[in-house]
Design a protein around this ligand. Structure first.
Ligand code: 5GP
Ligand code: MG
Length: 177
């Protein structure tokens, strides 16, 4: 267990308000027939809330999940991303929305986006709750972004530190030990 206090960055009320606005933007720009691919594990809380807001915005999405792992980031310049759990639905001709917790270097989402495009998705848009803009190493950008995130490690609302803190209903910084 871990009991390090967490300093709130985005409260649950702020997150809920933002997610609702995001859902309406998505409905407006992508229409009501989309397929969501959520990148596990970090995005599961965000995706669950987003889907319910999408319902209120009139969207009737299908959803599937993908788990990606990055290797060799420290030693290789490009880093290597591997799919450790793939989606099971077909994406051909579908309008897709890739959902993740944080866009940082962009390697994870660039890999997932290319994969869905290769498989014949008609369109792949990217939605992230948090954007660490200063850390980008690819040319991918979020089409729908919840919040710009300071370049500090954050936890909560699905995001972990050593597999803890995902249950926090807000996003925050781990206090220094
Ligand atoms: P990238 O864009 O560099 O390929 O990957 C971003 C991923 O790194 C996110 O999906 C998330 O899993 C992880 N990540 C980046 N910054 C943070 C952070 O501040 N906190 C947590 N818990 N995970 C992070
Ligand atoms: Mg992730």
């Amino acid at each position: 267990m871990t009991d390090r206090p967490v300093e709130v960055l985005f409260s649950s009320a702020e997150i809920a308000a933002r997610v609702s606005v995001l859902a309406r933007e998505i409905a407006e720009r992508l229409g009501h027939d989309i397929m969501i691919v959520a990148v596990l594990k970090g995005s599961f809380v965000f995706t669950a809330d987003l889907m319910r807001e999408l319902y209120h915005a009139g969207v009737r999405p299908q959803i599937d999940f993908m788990t990606l792992a990055s290797y060799g980031v420290g030693t290789e310049s490009s880093g290597h991303v591997q799919v450790t759990r793939d989606i099971s639905d077909t994406v051909e001709g579908r309008r897709m929305l890739l959902v993740d917790d944080i866009l940082e270097s962009g390697r994870t989402l660039a890999h997932a986006k290319a994969l869905l495009e290769e498989r014949g998705a008609s369109e792949v848009k990217v939605c992230v709750l948090l954007d660490k803009q200063g850390k980008r190493e690819t040319d991918i950008e979020g089409d729908f972004v919840g919040f710009i995130c300071p370049d500090r490690f954050v936890v909560g609302y699905g995001l972990d530190f050593a597999h803890y803190y995902r249950e926090l209903p807000f996003i925050g910084y781990l206090a220094e030990e």
